[in-house]
Write a protein that binds this ligand. Structure first.
Ligand code: DC
Length: 222
């Protein structure tokens, strides 16, 4: 029996992470936050003093990532890398920028491919990223490309970081998001673009509940 995969791709701040989590919870499916793997590779590089242009060592770090997840007393998830709690660091803008740089390296993407595909388990998987529908899960049952206007994405990210106690200016964030979008869309390997058979979903001005419901309606049509 094939395991149903829901691929949700899109640019930073489109709400992929939140929507993917809600959809996975509603369906009782597994969840893959593929961006976290690129972020953890960037942190591992920093912690091991590996430069972002040492492609061979970066690919080895990606292949050997020692990751653990658990939740604290309030139920929020924590991420450990090689025994160190990196929950806060993983969400930092600087980590996102590092992730976008390591993500442009073909050997790193290849090293993470097997790891990502291992998440495809019954009863199903919701996978969130940039190339879930175009490369990692090409035969996904449903492919969604989630977008939102650049301004709205910057505002959402700003609120998300502020809520976590991370202080960053909206202007700097907008610039960061534009740079990252450009790098992710223009790279030669697995660039950010909708799969040919993806359904486009624009979340601008829509609530999390409304967007989640649209995805669940599409799942129900399968
Ligand atoms: O979704 P995110 O912000 O956590 O992703 C961080 C970076 O990782 C993003 O700038 C591009 C890269 N990425 C990728 O290239 N492919 C994926 N499937 C997920 C993330």
């Amino acid at each position: 029996m094939t395991v149903p995969v829901i691929a949700i791709d899109g640019p930073s701040g489109s709400g992929k992470g939140t929507i993917a989590r809600r959809v996975a919870e509603a369906l009782g499916y597994h969840l893959l936050d593929s961006g976290a793997l690129y972020r953890l590779t960037a942190i591992a590089a920093k912690n091991n003093g590996v430069s972002l242009d040492d492609e061979t060592r970066l690919a080895k770090l990606a292949a050997d990532l020692d990751i653990q997840f658990d939740s604290n007393d309030e139920g929020s998830e924590r991420i450990w890398l090689a025994g160190e709690d990196v929950t806060l660091e993983v969400r930092k803008e600087s980590t996102g920028t590092g992730a976008s740089a390591v993500a442009a390296i073909p050997k790193v993407r290849e090293a993470l491919l097997v790891r990502q595909r291992a998440f495809e388990k019954a009863p199903g998987l919701v996978a969130d990223g940039r190339d879930m529908g175009t490369h990692v899960f090409t035969s996904a049952a449903l492919k969604i490309f989630l977008t939102a206007s650049a301004g709205e994405r910057a505002r959402r990210r700003h609120k998300q970081l502020n809520d976590k106690g991370i202080d960053v200016s909206l202007a700097a964030l907008s610039r960061d998001i534009e740079d990252r979008d450009r790098r992710d869309s223009e790279r030669s390997v697995a660039p950010l673009k909708p799969a040919k058979d993806a359904r486009i979903l624009d979340s601008s001005g829509k609530s999390i509940e409304a967007v989640t419901q649209t995805v669940l309606d599409w799942v129900a049509e399968l």
